[in-house]
Ligand binder design. Structure first.
Ligand code: ADP
Ligand code: ZN
Length: 710
């Protein structure tokens, strides 16, 4: 049994500023403190870090954390240090002198969490050295890297069992966001965990909403989307380096602060984009999938997939990078058959063995199913990860806008007949143009305007027709011949629609713009003020972060700022109740933010009814040197009210000078009388004991000054 020095719940509140553990966190922490091994499986953003950071702080000694990416390691160390925890990273970036100093600090017992790269962790002399120190836990982050099943296998991870067996008397914890059971088993075996308790959290991320839209006109949709998300940080994932650059350029032309990121850039250029994004200097990054792995940025508010991802794991991991602070995040995926063709050809053209290819094909099919889902999309993903349930998420586009069905038999017959007349030799765009009676070069050159069904669907909008044809493909009436220029072919069940009267049900395409308008419903003054306050707080946070050389989200998360904007805590006491405000951050930032907030509320919140605002107005006049009488006059309130404001401010820890408000002899007299009366909670006994010579106002004030001095 380890010596515990603090309670987990207490650490959660005092160090990190949160009141409640999530899901399995507490059980994992308890299991560790009782000396046992754990295998922790939680989605990205689920809250894995606290599972080892909190035991580290509750037990004597220090925790060793093995983490594969130096950038990620540094982010975590900075965040911990900013919360007042002595965490350090030992990796190849340190100079010999820095390393010596770090080890010295470690030996003197000052460090509570030591992050090391796997390369360092497997060196035999380092292992021997650790064995002489009070290690209280070994945590292996991204533990799937030990498994050859995954895509991220790292040879050093395979040697970590040496470290674990040498330090076999301490608890071990392996953490990953990879859900499949083969990998889980592999992790436990290869690391040599002893009867690890498995903790499998739900993969649902309740703050992320998702939508799928057809790929046609995606740039327009993106601009639409962005105008509904002003100044919010987000990532646009693209399939190719070229489109990453093009999309970024287009957004720049539209006035957005956007940049791109991909594998062809120098490491230096990539780092610089990553840092700018982390520090809120760049709002949007257009990137290939490599982006985002190495950063811990918690305030990514949205993710867009410009192209279809190649499987659901990758997709879910990428959208999971948004909303890690728990505030709402929105994601959008563009689906097109063009992308399917490209992804299929990647698989077919690769040198991989046939089994591997078959698996990749099956995975691509599953993401197609996701895009074509007609019921809750979240459930499609969850069932992919082995979580089956009936409850709907309520956040995906399907849940929000359940598809409306119509009888599409006649329309389908026209489409199918059109394809036949075009000799099954055109792709979807051409078909749409012909059916709608377009007069473009392709149509005229090929005499498509001569066929019988030319213009037969001219009343259907381009976009909608595209959608209907896509649905016919999804329902199996049509197929795309990927081997022959993506030409559309009528399948055998398609023929039953044409010749045997089989009926077809179609779904009316939703108009995304209507949805957006719904969202921008009229906001009242209060919400408007809170939004502008939030923006102001964000830029203030950025300024502070810059001055201190830390990323903005390491000061406070977006969620904390939102709470500050909503609650408007005007005193240190109220500020400490904001989630994410622990002791160290309260001390470091509390006063600064309160002063800033007070200014903002007085300056811009004139017409808004803000709780505590009247106190602040009194305070500001008081701090200008005005007397109680003068303030009462200026504010058109009575003296006793102003007096009670001042008393209440003092009670809430506002550091105002109270000299001259009450004579110190009187104050002492009141306090002593109160003590003689066994610290009564009532004022009347004190008033009576003092023979009605000291007013209630002064009694209250004296006691407030006394309490605040404790
Ligand atoms: P993961 O490593 O699983 O991707 P993190 O450990 O980085 O996730 O946690 C994601 C975010 O959730 C962080 O901002 C963290 O502060 C926050 N978080 C974790 N646990 C809690 C909790 N119990 N209450 C509030 N916020 C939490
Ligand atoms: Zn849903």
């Amino acid at each position: 049994m380890k010596v515990t020095t603090s309670e987990p719940r207490e650490v959660l509140k005092s160090v990190f500023g949160y009141d409640q553990f999530r899901d399995k966190q507490e059980a994992i922490i308890q299991n560790t403190i009782s000396g046992k091994d754990s295998l922790v499986i939680m989605p990205t953003g689920g809250g894995k870090s606290f599972c080892y950071q909190i035991p580290a702080l509750c037990m004597a000694g220090f925790t060793l954390v093995i983490s594969p990416l130096i950038a990620l390691m540094n982010d975590q160390v900075i965040a911990l240090q900013n919360s007042g925890v002595n965490a350090q990273a030992l990796n190849s970036q340190l100079s010999p002198d820095q390393k010596k100093e770090l080890l010295h600090e470690l030996e003197s017992g000052k460090i509570k969490l030591l992050y090391v790269s796997p390369e360092v962790a497997v060196q035999q002399n380092f292992i021997n050295y650790l064995a002489t120190l009070p290690v209280n836990l070994i945590a292996v982050d991204e533990a799937h890297c030990v498994s050859v099943w995954g895509n991220d296998f790292r040879p050093e991870y395979a040697q970590l069992d040496r470290l674990i067996s040498k330090l076999s008397n301490v608890p071990h914890m392996a953490l990953t966001a990879t859900a499949d059971s083969a990998t889980q088993k592999d992790i436990a075996e290869r690391l040599g965990l002893k009867n690890p308790q498995h903790y499998l959290s739900s993969f649902e991320r309740g703050n992320i909403s998702s939508s799928v839209l057809p790929g046609q006109g995606r740039m327009k949709e993106i601009l639409n989307f962005l105008s509904a998300h002003p100044n919010e940080a987000g990532i646009i994932y693209t399939l190719s380096r070229k489109s990453a650059e093009q999309v970024a350029l287009k957004l720049q032309q539209e006035g957005y602060n956007a940049d791109f990121y991909h594998g062809r850039m120098t490491a230096e250029a990539r780092n610089s984009v990553q840092n700018d994004f982390k520090n809120d200097d760049v709002q949007i990054v257009c990137a290939t999938i490599a982006f985002g792995m190495g950063i811990d940025k918690s305030n990514i508010r949205w993710v867009i997939h410009y192209n279809l991802p190649k499987n659901l794991e990758g997709y879910y991991q990428e959208i999971g990078r948004s909303g890690r602070d728990g505030s709402p995040a929105e994601t959008l995926l563009f689906f097109s058959y063009g992308d399917v063709t490209i992804l299929r050809s990647f698989i077919e053209d690769s040198d991989a063995d046939p089994t591997f290819k078959a698996v990749q094909r099956a995975k691509l099919d599953r993401i197609l199913e996701y895009c074509q889902a007609t019921s809750c999309r979240t459930n499609v993903v969850l069932s992919y990860f082995g979580e089956h349930r009936e409850k709907q998420c309520g956040r995906c586009d399907i849940c929000r806008n359940p598809p409306k069905k119509i009888d599409g038999t006649l329309l389908s017959q026209k489409v199918l007949s059109g394809i036949k007349r075009l000799k099954e030799a055109v792709p979807i765009t051409t078909l749409v143009n012909v059916m709608r009676g377009a007069q473009n070069q392709e149509v005229l050159e090929n005499n498509y305007h001569q066929i019988k069904t030319y213009g037969a669907l001219k009343d259907v909008a381009y976009f909608d027709l595209f959608q209907y044809i896509t649905q016919l493909i999804n329902q199996g009436f049509l197929e795309i011949d990927y081997t022959s220029h993506n030409h559309l072919k009528v399948t055998s069940i398609g023929k039953t629609v044409l010749f045997e009267g089989k009926t077809v049900e179609l779904t009316i395409p939703v108009d995304k713009k209507d949805q957006d308008l719904d969202k921008k419903k009229k906001q009242d003054k209060k919400v408007e003020f809170e939004d502008s306050l939030f923006e102001a707080l964000r830029s203030y946070r950025k300024k502070l972060a810059k001055a201190q050389g830390v990323p903005a989200y390491a000061v406070f998360t977006d969620k904390s700022l939102q709470e500050i904007a909503a609650e408007k805590p005007m005193t240190m006491g109220a500020f400490s109740a904001i989630s994410g405000v622990g002791d160290a951050k309260l001390k470091k930032y509390g006063r600064l933010f309160i002063d800033y907030l007070q200014d903002q509320v007085i300056k811009t919140g004139k017409d808004v009814n803000v709780k505590g605002k009247t106190f602040v107005e009194t305070l500001q006049l008081y701090n200008q040197g005005k007397s109680i009488e003068e303030i009462a006059k200026a504010r058109n309130l009575n003296k006793s009210t102003i007096f009670s404001h001042i008393t209440s401010l003092i009670e809430n820890g506002e550091p105002l000078s109270h000299e001259g408000l009450v004579n110190s002899d009187i104050k002492d007299l009141v306090v002593n009388t109160w003590k003689e009366l066994k610290e009564t909670g009532e004022l009347k006994p004190i008033f009576d004991a003092l023979k009605e010579k000291v007013s209630y106002d002064l009694i209250k004030l004296s006691l407030a000054i006394h309490r605040s001095s404790l």
